[in-house]
Design a protein around this ligand. Structure first.
Ligand code: NAP
Length: 455
């Protein structure tokens, strides 16, 4: 993809960037490897102070930073400000708790003193998506930097200004040159960087296709990898649920980030006793959401990130309708400039249709009717993806069954899935492997070295 800023609210090309040459990439990797040799010797207290400084800049420059995200990928300015503040709190959380998670871990042994030491690995490549352009980077980078690694960022090609802004914030916070570097490169350059002996690991947040490619390259070069891929998260509603609360959560969870979050609720699985009521009230409220200028604080849903995203989503919607699905609201392209898509609700999703098989990345809700709890679990698991999930019920037996039997990396009962610094995040099945955040985030890119000290 061309590295450029295109305003999705208007379709206007704002700025183009030149990709780095292979020699420039090589120089960046060398700077990262050189910086690592010094940075790895810094104390946790020194790294924590740098992360606190970064958090202070993120907070004090929140509006300016948020505007860049809105300009480049179309999320509402209100949502972008929340994202930047979340980055500040993520940096502070690892600054305050990282040392504890990375402390030497003793093991029982008769005689010698035995412990695990969590050593940093070196330069880690982060391949990141545009949808939470600040948070996806920081949720990996804050713990990785706390652990003593250096970071090479290959951000999505449509958010180059956010990528450069993150590097700038971290430099001004005091991280030395080379500790965090943004590489403006195409996806085609990723494999060569994974192969480079100086690079010691890779993390990717993005699509399944990119995951297969990055995971294969990491395997070929025996590098640790984390893959945070797509989701088709189930949102199950049972008769005992507080329906009004569940519907409000369903709307937030489906439309957050203009419907372009990996953990948006995407497949609504509703018990037959309440499905009619749910669909009527849910569709009315989805249809009433305001689609418009993402800088306007009254807007609920801004544009999708790219023109291609609108075309893909519309192909999926029309394909599902052509296969027999019923439209309750939305479903038709909007006649206006920019990459907007209307909130849409579809029911009667046919087997084999795009709604059954694919991730919908936009404000489109797909609703299934479930006969009972077994049927709800069957539908929830009838997907190759397994990122997050949410179930709404007050019945303790049902709660336990959803926790035990839904095949996801995260299961939320009477709440929707979110990404919070203190709580582990990640998926199973084709949604990827590895975990971010909490202590997993801090320890993933380390060498847990066994130390045996005999007298
Ligand atoms: P994408 O096309 O996979 O892009 C993500 C990143 O991967 C970009 O930097 C992209 O670079 C790069 N990339 C693409 N193809 C690649 C390849 N073959 N080899 C190496 N790098 C490659 O993803 P997207 O469609 O923009 O993002 C949406 C997807 O991300 C959705 O499926 C969503 O569910 C998933 N996601 C998952 C999580 C999670 O935590 N599990 C979070 C957010 C999003 P270019 O931009 O240059 O192509």
């Amino acid at each position: 993809m061309v590295i450029q800023t295109v305003n999705p609210a208007t379709g206007e090309l704002v700025r183009k960037f030149e990709a780095l040459s292979s020699q420039q990439v090589d120089e960046h990797i060398q700077r990262s490897a050189d910086a690592f040799r010094v940075y790895r010797r810094s104390s946790y207290a020194e790294r924590a102070a740098l992360l606190h400084a970064a958090a202070d800049i993120l907070d004090s420059e929140c509006d300016d930073l948020a505007k860049i995200a809105t300009l480049e990928m179309g999320k509402t300015f209100e949502a972008a400000k929340v994202e930047v503040r979340k980055c500040a709190s993520g940096c502070r959380w690892y600054a305050d708790h990282g040392a504890e998670m990375l402390a030497d871990e003793p093991w029982p042994a008769e005689g010698p003193s035995v412990y695990t030491r969590y050593e940093p690995l070196g330069p880690i490549l982060a391949v990141m998506p545009w949808n939470f352009p600040f948070w996806q980077v920081i949720r990996f980078a804050a713990p990785a930097l706390m652990a003593g690694n250096t970071v090479l960022l290959k951000h999505a090609s449509n958010v180059p200004q956010v990528a450069l802004a993150i590097e700038d914030v971290l430099r001004r916070a005091g991280f030395a040159e080379g500790v965090f570097s943004t590489l403006l490169i195409s996806a085609a350059a990723v494999e060569g960087i994974i192969a480079d002996r100086r690079v010691r690991g890779v993390t990717l947040t993005g699509s399944e296709e990119a995951g297969r490619s990055v995971g294969a390259a990491a395997g070929r070069h025996i590098k640790p990898s984390v893959l945070e891929l797509g989701g088709a998260d189930p949102f199950i509603v049972m008769p005992s649920a507080d329906l009004e609360r569940a519907i409000s959560a369903a709307i937030t969870s489906r439309t957050m980030n203009n419907g372009q979050s990996c953990v948006n609720a995407k497949r609504f699985i509703v018990h037959a006793d309440v499905v009619e009521d749910f669909v009527r009230r849910f569709s009315e409220r989805m249809g009433a959401l305001r689609v418009g200028d993402p800088m306007d604080s009254e807007t609920d849903i801004g544009p999708l990130a790219t023109g291609d995203a609108v075309q893909t989503l519309h192909r999926q919607v029309t394909g599902t309708i052509a296969a027999g699905a019923q439209v309750h609201t939305g479903g038709a392209l909007l006649e206006r400039e920019g990459y907007f898509y209307p909130p849409t609700v579809l029911t009667n999703i046919p087997n084999g249709s795009p709604g059954h098989l694919e991730e919908f990345f936009g404000p489109v809700a797909l609703v299934w009717e479930a006969a009972d709890v077994d049927d709800a679990i069957r539908i929830a698991n009838d997907s190759p993806l397994g990122l997050g999930g949410s179930a709404w019920t007050t019945d303790p037996v049902e709660k336990q069954r959803f926790v035990d039997e839904v095949e996801t990396g995260m299961m939320y009962i009477n709440d929707f899935t979110a990404s919070i610094p203190s709580v582990p995040f990640g998926g199973t099945k084709d949604s990827g492997y590895g975990r971010e955040l909490a202590r997993f985030g801090a320890q993933t890119f380390t060498n847990p070295k066994t130390v045996w000290l005999a007298q």
